[in-house]
Design a protein around this ligand. Structure first.
Ligand code: ADP
Ligand code: ZN
Ligand code: ZN
Length: 700
């Protein structure tokens, strides 16, 4: 019998010494990309046959362990997919095995060859709907111009379109063009939130199912069960699914005929993975598009400053397409929300809602319109406080307060999850009078219900207030049910966190209010103003989306902002819905301070029992880099280690060290050379629990 040596990628822990593929033997040569089951230590694991190393393999020896089984029946993962995985591992400084296996649906890891064969039979026997003509909408002039440019040019494109300007319609059009041009072509559409995929699925399904069958549109996101995910993944990998809608993880879908990638709300922070390989799905989409010759459309009303800069005439790496007008604005309706800035210094002391805002909400509810009230903090109050002795509801495990949740009378830490019942008296002095300080969405909901209790809607019923946040939507299906209530008009005022500010197409909301956005104006994170502006503009975009409805109501949608700093330049730009002006001002500051996008960053994070131990590791790593004179070092600046903003979580002390360079290749060269030194340094610090590198970090 002839023996072949195969290179197989196996699931390796992030920082194991095994970085590359392992050698196994098998009686047949297997194509790269083939899935196999192989022994690893005492276990049997899923592995992926990898391209043989360029150097000649040593002669097969009896010492090599054999491949246990081959998941044949599944076409090998293609060279494009393997290149994407290899790039991700390299760029984000993780092991190939970790990235490759994490990019596959979890259930694949558990299935035997026979079980998988059964799944495949089930997938391929599913019937397809008959082909029908698809109905399309006549595009607006701005949409026409944008789609014509996308058709004619190479991209990548930054579709800069106001909320409600019809960006989704552009995606649909371009997807239709791509599918029609090639009977195998596939389209990948990324969205930031799981809860936005059902809406989008409906829209894409309605457009494409008649022509391509109900199976042609699939979703891929972490809210699906493992069997659902596997079925969808197989449909995509086999080429039967033509359109994939998904969250960031879908960037790793195996799409054999990828023709178009859309990244909707490209500025959204959720495109950055925050565990394992900390990849940016947006950035990988651009890489993937280039590598596979697929067009890439990034869409946003508030693009990331990185993308905005890349699409500037000065840089010109992306093509910017403008769609400034809302659909319907030609008819005088469909306008963008008017900003109403409330100076809180002029309001009665302690007022949660300024009287004019409350009056405006009341008037809208009385006319049967809906309002959206935003507060980016869940729970009833961020802290409980004893006025007698100064006790605060601190989390014993974290450098943070435990949040007071009134609905279940609990104190909960939003960092480590520790929860306990609210004490009846101050645990320190026994004082019975412990009071909540500050407010969260739960309290807003309660106060609004109280304030609006006598307000009657045109339907003749009392005003209803509802809340949507991570707490109210914990149960499976709860969010969909709550959104359905809003859409059905059963809710008059919706209180929520940023969760409800994005993407939703609420038809009857005409007023949006941000009651307490100030904290984001003055944090140490240099991206905070950018995020706040984007959030407020997105939120404003929830108001007045239905031009016909607005016309019948006969007045403009409004965005109210309560602030102690009405003179802040951010609000002046927000008043004009002027993202370009705001972006120009922010970019000037970033350029002056040599911050992204004018610099490239990586963070090294360390977790340890003590802050000293965490920082000692980082310090040691920096010194090792300098001692070794690593390549790229002369173009890289290593900052001193500092504690994280929330320094301690679940009894773990956390520190970080920023590494920065004006040149991305220099930073990449440096990080690659540094990796083995970081491993070696780790062995020298017994107290260290964990370390990681975050390339292009989103939060500093
Ligand atoms: P965006 O994604 O930019 O927020 P959408 O694509 O969701 O905007 O469009 C906003 C609304 O306008 C939707 O209800 C959509 O159906 C409608 N719409 C979009 N394009 C057109 C068009 N060309 N003609 C009529 N209605 C349109
Ligand atoms: Zn006390
Ligand atoms: Zn905690």
């Amino acid at each position: 019998m002839f023996i072949h040596t195969l290179q197989v990628v196996v699931p390796t822990p992030a920082h194991s010494s095994v970085a590359g593929p392992l050698s196994y033997q098998h009686d047949q040569a297997l194509a790269p990309g083939t899935l196999v089951r192989v022994p690893l230590g005492q276990r049997e694991v899923l592995g992926l046959v990898w391209d043989a190393a360029p150097a000649a393999d040593p002669a097969p020896t009896a010492a090599l362990r054999p491949v246990h089984s081959v998941l044949d029946g599944l076409a090998p993962l293609g060279p494009h997919w393997r290149a994407l995985v290899a790039f991700t591992a390299r760029y984000y400084q993780r092991s190939l095995g970790e990235v490759a296996l994490a990019a596959l649906p979890p259930q694949l890891r558990e299935l035997s060859a026979e079980q998988l064969a059964r799944r495949l039979r089930r997938v391929s026997s599913a019937p397809d709907a008959p082909a029908n003509a698809t109905q399309t909408i006549a595009l607006s002039a701005e949409q026409e111009r944008a789609t014509a440019q996308i058709d004619a040019q190479k991209g990548p494109f930054l579709l800069f379109g106001s909320t409600g300007s019809g960006k989704t319609e552009v995606y649909l059009h371009c997807a239709a063009r791509a599918l029609a041009a090639d009977p195998a072509a596939q389209v990948l559409v990324l969205v930031p939130e799981i809860n936005l995929t059902p809406q989008l699925q409906e829209r894409f399904g309605a457009r494409f199912a008649p022509q391509y069958g109900a199976q042609a549109v699939v979703s891929l996101h972490s809210g699906m069960t493992n069997p659902q995910r596997l079925a969808a993944w197989l449909a995509v990998h086999s080429g039967r699914a033509r359109i994939v809608l998904g969250t960031r993880m879908a960037i790793f879908a195996s799409l054999p005929a990828l023709a178009l990638i859309v990244v909707d709300e490209e500025h959204d922070a959720s495109y950055k993975q925050q565990e394992g390989a900390r990849y940016s799905a947006r950035d990988l989409a651009l890489w993937r598009g280039r590598a596979e010759g697929a067009k890439v459309i990034l869409g946003s009303a508030t693009p990331s400053l990185e993308s905005w800069h890349a699409s500037s005439p000065e840089v010109g790496r992306y093509q910017r397409l403008d769609m400034p007008s809302r659909i319907g604005s030609a008819q005088g309706a469909g306008q963008l929300a008017r900003l109403r800035l409330v100076d809180m210094a002029q309001q009665p002391r302690g007022a949660v809602f300024a009287p004019p805002l409350l009056a405006a909400i009341t008037a809208r509810v009385q006319r049967g319109e809906q309002c959206l009230v935003l507060l980016n903090r869940r729970g009833f109050a961020p802290v409980l406080h004893c006025h007698a002795c100064g006790w605060k509801s601190d989390c014993p495990a974290c450098s943070a307060h435990q949040v007071f949740h009134k609905s279940d009378r609990s104190l909960r830490c939003h960092h480590c999850g520790a929860a306990q019942r609210v004490p009846h008296a101050c645990p320190a002095c026994g004082n019975l009078d412990i009071a909540p300080v500050g407010r969260g969405t739960e309290q807003l909901e309660e106060q609004l219900a109280q304030l609006l209790r006598n307000v009657i809607t045109p339907a003749g019923r009392a005003a209803r207030v509802a809340r949507i946040d991570a707490d109210s939507t914990r149960a499976q299906g709860a969010l969909q049910a709550q959104l359905a209530q809003v859409h059905a008009g059963e809710v008059d005022v919706l209180v929520g966190t940023q969760m409800v500010a994005k993407g939703h197409d609420f038809r009857r909301i005409t007023l949006v209010a941000a009651v307490q956005p100030d904290s984001a104006l003055f944090t140490s994170d240099f991206r905070a103003p950018e995020r706040l502006f984007a959030l407020l503009l997105q939120a404003a975009g929830r108001a007045g989306r239905d031009a016909a409805y607005l016309a019948t109501q006969g007045h403009a949608p409004e965005m109210w902002v309560q602030t102690w700093h009405p003179e802040h330049p951010l609000f002046a730009a927000l008043r004009r819905h002027d993202w370009p002006a705001f972006a120009a001002q922010q970019l000037a500051e970033r350029r002056a301070a040599a911050m992204p996008p004018f610099a490239y960053q990586a963070l090294v994070r360390a977790d340890a029992r003590t802050q000293e131990a965490a920082q000692a590791f980082l310090q040691g790593a920096a010194e090792a880099a300098r001692t070794a004179q690593l390549p790229g070092l002369e173009q890289v600046f290593i900052y001193p280690p500092v504690p994280l903003a929330v320094q301690r979580v679940a009894h773990v002390e956390r520190a970080q060290m920023l590494v920065e360079s004006a040149e991305r290749p220099a930073l990449q060269r440096f990080l690659a050379a540094w990796q083995p030194l970081l491993h070696a340094e780790r062995a020298r610090h017994k107290g260290l629990q964990r370390w990681l590198v975050d390339v292009d970090p989103q939060g500093i």
